[in-house]
Design a protein around this ligand. Structure first.
Ligand code: NOJ
Length: 533
């Protein structure tokens, strides 16, 4: 594959241009993308079969550049793969290592890169490391995990809580040895002890295993977790802006710097970290001095109500905080959160996509967003996730048949009732469909230096409208998005400008920049002559 790296000015900053800064990423949750053997669960061969949907080199496909593949490693599946029992093998439900190698080769052949999920914070309780660690107090692997005696009088050693709130304490008593072990997620996901150098070395070997196989990088699970207060002190009862002792510790940055060195030992590899920082100011620290993550995920869109002012504020604050070397990224959905079309409504899904794909920053698209998949209500007897995330993880809707083209068997999660209507086959040849809109949007971005790598500047706009400029050399694009359910009018400059793309199918021709009329929830991209404002 040809990989271009070159330097150029981006606004007042100088950002190195790399493939991952200019790529559109697509997240695949392997269980739900495509089943190839009729067991009702997606697998690696299934993904291979669907690569042409993602990018066949022509605008008839979505046109994404890179895949983030959620875990496919050996796992008892208590947390559907985020509980790893062998970091260096494929779970039989997804296939074999040879299938992974084929997937990587087939993706690369199409110019699609693949980053894989690295889950360094915890293993499965079935991982041989934990099995050894729990065997006895004196086991050499004991210190690979976090153990503590009950507090005087009994009970967990401190007040740390599991992220999965239903479990309450982050500690579980191991009756065999009489000590508690730490787990910030399920009791079946014991936390590794990141103060132990052997753990650091072991996970770096895992990274090298996949890098040597040719993966293009990692999405790092809970990248702000890992290290916890060494004295295991409780969190203050009222945090009130005070730092927590089990998240986002300074030492975590030392680990990220080590990982960056590992990545930099290979050519063109990257890491995006899942960092749930309490503020953008804390989040920005994960870029380090251009020696930590390629970028941390910016999840701040996920919690925003559909209001122009809120989105503009997130982008503005982020742009101001980013140091010169840092490149932003944005996402609207993932396997842990309600889908965008559910949060905002289908009518706004196009405008949300237009925003995501025209901002300065790498966009991450969750599978199914391109056809407007929504959260699926799960009957109580079909619930499988401990934390209520099944609705956003249902099978990809490929066609209107019984198994939605996803499976010939019984799907592991229910298929959406609207899959007969909302599916790839139904939208593929309909120029007015959401899928066709996504395709046009992504291919427009691919062909536009301004959108891929240009500067960003907001334009004045009335309440409810978010307008900005993206510029590179002599390409000047004005973007305006009406977040309201009423028509809006915005001034983007003077003179006439051709519409490159609108969320309103069929709207083309020229705009009068002095008074651009926007339909409710309409977003528009116009090519202007550099005279905006
Ligand atoms: C974050 C992942 O995105 C989520 O799905 C998982 O349950 C936790 N980390 C634990 O690994």
């Amino acid at each position: 594959m040809q990989i271009g790296i070159w330097l150029r000015a981006v606004g007042s900053t100088s950002v190195e241009r790399t493939w991952w800064r200019e790529s559109v990423f697509y997240q695949i949750y392997p269980r739900s993308f495509q089943d190839s053997n009729g067991d009702g669960i997606g697998d690696l061969q299934g993904i291979i079969r669907r690569l042409d949907h993602l990018n066949d080199g022509t605008p008839a496909s979505l046109g994404i550049d890179a895949i983030w593949l959620s875990p496919f490693y050996r796992s008892p599946m208590a947390d559907f793969g985020y509980d790893v029992s062998d970091y260096c093998d494929v779970d039989p439900v997804f296939g074999r290592l040879a299938d992974f190698d084929l997937l990587l080769a087939e993706a690369h052949r199409r110019g699609i890169r693949i980053i894989v999920d690295l889950v360094p914070g915890h293993t499965s309780d079935q991982h041989p490391w934990f099995q050894e660690a729990r065997a006895s107090l004196g086991n050499p692997k004991r210190d690979w995990y976090v153990w503590a005696k009950p507090r005087p009088g009994g009970g967990p050693p401190n007040n740390w809580r599991s992220v999965f709130t239903r479990f309450g304490s982050a500690w579980t008593l191991d009756p065999e040895t009489g000590e508690y072990y730490l787990h910030h997620f399920l009791p079946q996901q014991p936390d590794l002890n990141w103060w132990n150098d052997a753990v650091r070395d072991a996970i770096e070997s895992v990274m090298r295993f996949w890098l040597d196989r040719g993966v293009d990088g990692f999405r790092i699970d809970v990248a702000h977790g890992l290290v916890r207060d060494q004295q295991l002190r409780s969190n203050p009862r009222f945090l009130l802006g005070r730092p927590r002792r089990n998240w986002d510790l300074e030492e975590v940055h030392a680990i990220h710097r080590r990982w960056r060195k590992v990545l930099d030992g290979y050519s063109d590899r990257m890491a995006v970290g899942e960092v749930d920082a309490p503020s953008l100011a804390r989040l920005v620290r994960y870029y380090g001095n251009d020696d930590e993550l390629s970028f941390p995920f910016n999840f701040h869109f996920l919690g925003q109500p559909w209001r122009a002012e809120r989105f503009r504020a997130v982008v503005g604050q982020w742009e101001r905080l980013l140091p010169a070397h840092a490149w932003p990224d944005y996402t609207l959905s993932n396997h842990d959160r309600s889908r965008a079309a559910t949060r905002y409504g289908l009518a706004r899904a196009r405008a949300a996509a237009l925003l995501l794909l025209t901002l300065r920053g790498t966009p991450f698209i969750y599978y199914g967003e391109e056809i407007g998949m929504t959260d699926v209500p799960i009957p109580p007897d079909r619930v499988v996730d401990v934390h209520g995330r099944d609705p956003e993880r249902t099978p990809m809707q490929w066609d209107g048949t019984q198994g939605a083209g996803f499976t010939a068997g019984a799907p592991w999660l229910p298929i959406a009732a609207d899959a007969t209507r909302v599916n790839v086959a139904a939208q593929r040849d309909d120029p007015a469909s959401l899928l066709s809109f996504y395709r046009r949007l992504i291919w427009m971005r691919r062909g536009s230096p301004a959108l891929r790598a240009g500067t960003y500047r907001t334009l004045p706009a009335p309440r409810g409208v978010f307008a900005y400029l993206r510029e590179a050399n002599d390409e000047h694009l004005a973007i305006a998005i009406n977040f309201t359910d009423r028509e809006a009018r915005v001034r983007l400059g003077t003179g006439a400008a051709p519409i490159l793309l609108s969320t309103q199918h069929g709207r083309d021709g020229e705009l009068d920049l002095a008074a651009v009329a926007l339909a409710p929830n309409e977003g528009i991209v116009a090519r202007i002559g550099g005279q905006a404002g």
